[in-house]
Ligand binder design. Sequence first.
Ligand code: URA
Length: 249
Amino acid sequence: MRLNKFIAESGFASRRKADEFISQGRVTVNNEIVMNLGVVIDPDKDIVKIDGSKIKTEIKAYFLLNKPSGIVSTTNDEKGRVAVTDLIKTKFKIYPVGRLDYNTTGVLLLTNDGDFTNLMLHPSNKIEREYLVLLDKDLREEDRIVLTKHVQLEGKNSKFNSITYLKEKNYRSMRVVTVEGRNHFVKNMFSLLGYTVKKLKRIRFGPFTVDNIPEGKYMILNRSDIEKFIKSMNKNNGRRNFGKSKQSE
Ligand code: URA
């Protein structure tokens, strides 16, 4: 197995991060520093260490949480606030797949699988995120068009794929779809045009929804759900639903 894949599968880091560790000379195989990204190891025999700590391959674990408001999406918060990982009972060292803001609710995946995280977050995979948004005031039609065509945000061409209203003649509540995963993306997009996001819920990330999961609860996804999704990605852009018909914990 390639060294970077082994590190990613151990849950220690994403494949990209693993490459960084290798290039920085922080990885040893059988106590020899290895800086060649293509190196192949035998996971049953070779001893891999990062910064002197031994890496083991781990069982992969996947959780789909309906994140409540007032919880941070980091694994530990310097202010000691409740973190999303505090809501999940597991012996695995898991971390969130991307972030939701403190007050944002809804779909949050957590795992120890670096490859899966990379796949979900890599911009080239264009995985859709769908949000319910409540604004402080009515969205003007010209602004809706601008936000779905093109704006410059943080020096990058940015847009929402779609903005659709939830009710007739209510222009404050809407459903927004985007493939962007930058932090605070939805709030920053609206803020550019003078709107404040009052409420934000992510209702879908790729095929994952929390339709049957109460806030603060989660369900365990199994490896076969994840594999089905990975296979379906090429076929139908990952739109199958995995959160719909299952029991939450
Ligand atoms: N965009 C935001 O502004 N906040 C989130 O939590 C997620 C997307």
